[in-house]
Ligand binder design. Structure first.
Ligand code: AGP
Length: 604
């Protein structure tokens, strides 16, 4: 999830680009860059790390008069965070910035390299500008070259391209990644990935739709749809508050990130989900050679995704899988054997306890893998291999979309390992892939569901505590639901295996004990139902979450029937996230920055 800006106008290009990138830093900041075209000459600057590094680099750059410019702040998906991989990417006389993933970039890159094109970066993006310049030589106009370039691309993209061939024009295209065009009375044009960078520079905006593309100049704004028909732009007034713009209309970053889960899960799957197989470009299959056990290690929410995935690894890949809490593993003098693949999971890649266990595993000579959301983090730099979750920046301290993308990656990874170990037939792999493709839909939220959860939340503001209960992968989900509640409402909650309640905790059952029961139809429903009935019989207040109507509950949240229990997992995950958020709102807490917590715990 990167940030893109663009500008066509006079005297303001550097400020508009840098201010815009500052507003977009929440979308990614492992590197940044700008390219400005003025008097048919390009000036381009790039810097790794925080945006301030770029600001310092361009301190003496002061373009006056008319110019066009494009800028980008990067959240690495292909290629390490380096200056060479930073955008904008240069052809011979054109620059491009891009947000998204070009799924067929390797095929295009191979073709271009075979024709003699030299690539500087490891990114998927660079193929766009070289393809454009290839077609510049054959097509009648630069715009037709741009059209032909788009026709070749598969995947998600928001693109801005500037070329000396048309020095007053920016070409743009949007498919799957956000892009907004702003216009003002001076004929200036401003582009950005979201509203915030446009505020103060545009009066009205066009929220581009998928498949739309075109070009702008001081005197033109030409827009075409995916059928290549000219479209009359529909202008919308721009919001005025930058912070609310960053939240894109949501009340909290946490709410925005819950609603973003469908998109970022799609990003996490891009290029990895083939028709009949799972593919991780970033993994060398030999990483799994000689491995008889997978040991997963993490903290907090990341521990919960690890615990849930352990069921999938054993069920589908038939590989022994153990799960450790990092702060425990550090001091228990663990048995770390070389036939164990040590996998750490971390949104930030900086959690001290988890990082220390990674160092322990490396010191013991184990092969290591990190599943992480931040490419230039300590864990990614230290592990033998890494898989990025592509959730984009997660600003809410209570993790949501990071967990969702971790689970998505883990489901794919369990199938990837099952392919290496030949433990599932092609047909079964295809069935799993079919279910995986439904995950983005399973986390889409309809207003009725959210409104029902908001109304229902008023009943759960007191009591002497919550039990979240589930079986199999729904037990780690119950743990995660309990953690979400604790983090942002400060109410006591406990995740528990449904089958364990009768071994003690049921003694607590009374109307003041709230039980949130995860009752998937597709996995051990009858077993779970009887556990919940035991609680109901002892007058515990029960909120049942299930596709199957359950009349012994005090509250009931109906979820959808799905063809796979993991789709029920993802849908119930959203219900639990929204429930905690709405209770927190009613209690008047700071949803995004709960007391006593930090987004990344870099101390013991
Ligand atoms: C999640 O809601 C919490 N904020 C916290 O438990 C977090 O998951 C934990 O600190 C681990 O962080 P990491 O994923 O960045 O390593």
């Amino acid at each position: 999830m990167c940030g893109i800006v663009g500008f066509v106008g006079t005297n303001k290009v550097k400020d508009v680009l840098l201010d815009g990138l500052k507003e977009l830093e929440y979308r990614g900041y492992d590197s940044a860059g700008i390219a400005v075209l003025q008097d048919k000459e390009f000036s381009s600057y790039k810097a790794v790390g925080k945006l301030d590094n770029l600001v310092q680099k361009v301190a003496d750059f002061d373009p006056k008069g008319f110019a066009i410019g494009i800028g980008h702040t990067r959240w690495a998906t292909h290629g390490k965070p380096t200056e060479l991989n930073a955008h904008p990417h240069l052809g011979d006389a054109s620059y491009v910035v891009h947000n998204g993933i070009i799924e067929n970039y390797q095929e295009i890159k191979n073709e271009l390299m075979a024709e003699g094109t030299h690539f500087l970066s490891q990114t998927d993006t660079e193929v766009i500008v070289h393809l454009f310049e290839k077609y510049l030589a054959t097509e009648a106009t630069p715009f037709e070259a741009f059209q032909k370039t788009l026709a070749k691309l598969e995947g998600a993209y928001a693109i801005l391209l500037a070329t000396k061939s048309m020095p007053d024009t920016i070409f743009f295209a949007k498919n799957g990644s956000p892009m907004i065009v702003g216009v003002n009375d001076e004929g200036e044009k401003v582009f950005a990935s979201s509203d915030a960078p446009l505020i103060g520079h545009a009066k009205d905006v066009i929220y581009l739709g998928d498949g739309e593309y075109g070009f702008v100049s001081p005197t033109a704004l030409e827009l075409f749809d995916k059928r290549h028909q000219r479209v009359k732009p529909s202008l919308t007034p721009l919001p005025t508050s930058k912070l609310s713009a960053q939240k894109e209309g949501y009340r909290f970053f946490m709410e925005k990130e819950i609603y973003e889960q469908s998109d970022v899960i799609s990003d996490a799957m891009l290029g990895r989900l083939q028709d009949e197989s799972i593919n991780f470009d970033e993994l060398d299959p030999t990483l799994f050679d000689g491995i008889n056990e997978i040991k997963l290690c993490a903290c907090g929410t990341s521990y919960h995704s690890a615990l849930a995935s352990s069921y999938l690894f054993e069920r589908y890949a038939k590989v022994r899988t153990s799960v450790e809490i990092a702060s425990e593993l550090r001091y228990k003098e663990p048995l770390l054997l070389k036939d164990t693949l040590f996998v750490v999971i971390s949104q930030s890649g900086e959690t001290a306890d988890t990082l220390e266990t990674l160092k322990m595993a490396k010191a013991a000579g184990l092969k290591t893998l990190v599943i992480c959301n931040v490419d230039n983090s300590s864990m990614v730099r230290l592990a033998d291999a890494s898989i990025l979750t592509r959730a984009g920046i997660e600003k809410g301290v209570a993790s949501t979309k990071a967990f969702a993308t971790q689970m998505t990656v883990f489901w794919m990874l369990a199938l990837y390992v099952s392919q290496l170990r030949n433990t599932l037939s092609i047909e079964k792999i295809k069935d799993q892939i079919h279910a995986l493709r439904e995950v983005p839909n399973s986390v889409k939220i309809d207003d009725n569901l959210h409104e029902k959860i908001r109304r229902l939340s008023k009943r759960y503001l007191h009591g002497h505590g919550f039990f979240f209960i589930g079986r199999d992968v729904f037990f780690p989900l119950a743990l995660e639901g309990a953690l979400k509640l604790k983090e942002i409402t400060y109410l006591h909650a406990e995740g528990y295996p449904s089958g364990e309640m009768k071994h003690g905790p049921i003694a607590m059952a009374d109307p003041e004990l709230f039980t949130i029961a995860l009752m998937p139809k597709g996995l051990l429903y009858d077993k779970t139902k009887s556990n919940v009935e035991e609680l109901s019989a002892r007058d515990s207040t029960i909120c049942a979450i299930s596709p199957v109507t359950f009349d012994k509950a005090d509250d009931f949240i109906q979820t959808k029937e799905h063809g796979h229990y993991m789709l029920e997992f993802f849908e119930m995950m959203v219900v639990l996230q929204l429930l905690s958020m709405e209770i927190s709102v009613r209690l008047g807490n700071d949803v995004d920055m709960p007391r006593n917590l930090a987004k990344s715990v870099t101390v013991e």
